[in-house]
Design a protein around this ligand. Structure first.
Ligand SMILES: *[C@@H]1O[C@H](CO)[C@@H](O)[C@H](O)[C@H]1NC(C)=O
Length: 506
């Protein structure tokens, strides 16, 4: 009897020690840095990656407005979509703006304000914006005048050119192949590129097509190496937050245009992190099935904020399941962040918490130790909206991002006002999120750059960074600087540069 009990106990001990995976050596709060622009493309950080894309000006999501040279009016999707295309607008705004979906370097789908695609009417040669999915019937070839690339002609899928006959009718029935590109040719349009161009993973991979794999493999293997892990550990950082895209879960053969191979580099990151006693926060920046914020780092094709359908949530849980399963045994695994910067109101709190609950469960299937990070919504959302919900999820963490940027408020402040803002407003807000018995709190993104009127000296940057280190140093889970590296135009965004140049010391 005693023997049986003992062996049962032994059995239980064996079971539980198998289940308790190793936990990361990083202790809380972490001093971390983001490895941004590495495994998820962000063109503003690595613009050179886009240099050799043919017709670089026309990537997926590029927004164009087209003015008829003959009529001097803009092409417009009447009602923003689900109706006819007209040419009767004297000024251009949303309904006059078309988003490109790139088929190849000269062939595009044109997406209108409400999301439909332009095609030829089935009853006449008029253009309409009625298609919900782009097929061969929605492919237009945009031919640029080599002497003046802002003048274009558009060949419709029937082989004929689009013309603005009258302000009421835009048709695909202009058969003259040749043109002198004169102002009287109804098939000549002036193209204007508007809005910021998206330069994310989709734009890069679809822009290069079959050449994308070698561009990205070269980038992954050189942008961040073991040397970076060694030197950031030397600089007294204790963890890295690594943005990844959903396609990493279908390495080696992700759906087009994405390319495989980044998984190998995430594996290496774990090896290197463990060698230098750093924790790893794997952060899903780009979810499948839609974009949660429309930003290029979400892997979006055209900036539409369409993540949050049941299908997209299920698929995203699948990616988290993959990541948790793959890295559950790794001592470097500190946390998995379920999704980065969901945007309110496009991503509803309901959908998000549904996803967070399922994502947390997916991580817990494999490890009781990894923290599960829940990003607060950006946009119009209450900063404390997840606190109550997160109480039910063990080892959950709320992630907040603090930038003194992207608003006129900051760009009209002096450097000292920015410092004061951090010490007062940010500090107060952070305190309001850190409640007794609540989840721990992570300032998962902040940077040394800030908006300001008038100049800012090196001393100003030092003072501003120091104020942030003090305030964000109180966050219970810790903080992560954005980012480890950046290009010369964005030096203050590079923690490596800021440390090397003596702006920041830890
Ligand atoms: C443009 O044409 C459409 C269709 O004929 C019409 O409904 C609309 O009112 C016109 N808009 C302007 C600004 O003329």
């Amino acid at each position: 009897m005693a023997l049986v009990m003992n062996s049962q106990r032994l059995f239980l001990i064996i079971i539980s020690s198998c289940f308790v995976a190793l936990s990361s050596s990083a202790s809380l709060p972490v001093k971390a840095v983001n490895l941004g622009g590495w495994l998820v493309t962000e063109g503003w950080m690595t613009p050179w990656l886009f240099d050799n894309i043919p017709n670089r000006q026309m990537l997926d999501g590029t927004q164009v407005q087209l003015k008829s040279l003959k009529l001097n009016t803009y092409i417009s999707a009447e009602s923003g979509g689900d109706s006819v295309i007209v040419a009767n607008r004297t000024s251009a705004s949303g309904w006059e703006t078309f988003k490109l979906w790139r088929v190849d370097e000269t062939t595009f789908n044109l997406r209108v304000f409400q999301g439909q695609f332009v095609r030829i009417s089935t009853k006449s040669s008029r253009l309409v914006a009625m298609a919900t999915n782009p097929t061969a019937s929605e492919q237009f070839v945009i031919i640029r005048n080599s002497n003046n690339p802002s003048h274009v002609r558009i060949r419709a899928p029937n082989g004929l050119f689009v013309q603005a006959k009258t302000t009421n009718t835009v048709t695909a029935d202009y058969s003259q192949e040749g043109t002198s590109w004169g102002n009287n040719d109804p098939s000549v349009f002036e193209v204007a590129f508007v809005g910021g161009q998206l330069t994310g993973e989709f734009q890069l991979t679809n822009g290069y097509g079959s050449g994308a794999a070698s561009v990205l493999t070269n980038h992954w293997s050189t942008y961040i190496t073991e040397d970076d892990f060694r030197s950031l550990a030397n600089d007294k950082l204790t963890a890295v937050r690594i943005p990844v895209g959903w396609w990493i879960a279908s390495d080696q053969n992700p759906p087009k245009p994405f390319v495989g191979g980044s998984l190998q580099y995430l594996d290496k990151a774990f090896d290197w992190a463990e060698r230098y006693n750093l924790g790893v926060i794997v952060d899903l920046h780009a979810p499948p099935g839609g974009s949660q914020n429309g930003n290029d780092h979400s892997g979006t094709r055209d900036g539409t904020k369409d993540w949050g359908t049941d299908e997209s949530i299920d698929r995203t849980v699948g990616v988290i399941d993959f990541l948790a399963s793959r890295y559950r045994q790794r001592s470097g695994l500190l946390a998995i962040e379920l999704i980065n910067e969901p945007w309110a109101p496009d991503v509803s709190l309901d959908k998000l918490t549904k996803y967070y609950r399922a994502g947390h469960q997916a991580v817990r299937k494999y490890t009781p130790n990894a923290y599960v990070i829940l990003s607060n919504r950006l946009g119009h959302a209450d900063r404390t909206e997840l606190l109550q919900f997160a109480k039910d999820l063990d080892k959950s963490v709320i992630d907040v991002h603090y930038y003194n940027l992207y608003s006129d408020m900051f760009s009209s402040m002096t450097a000292q006002q920015n410092v004061d803002y951090v010490k007062n407003d940010r500090s107060k807000e952070l305190s309001s999120i850190m409640v007794a018995d609540g989840p721990s709190v992570f300032v998962g993104e902040w940077t040394g750059e800030f908006g300001h009127s008038g100049g800012a000296s090196q001393k100003d940057y030092q003072t501003f960074a120091q104020a942030q280190l003090e305030v964000f140093g109180r966050a219970t889970f810790g903080w992560a600087y954005w980012s480890w590296k950046n290009n010369d135009a964005h030096n203050h965004w590079s923690l490596k540069w800021m440390i090397d140049k003596g702006y920041i010391s830890l």
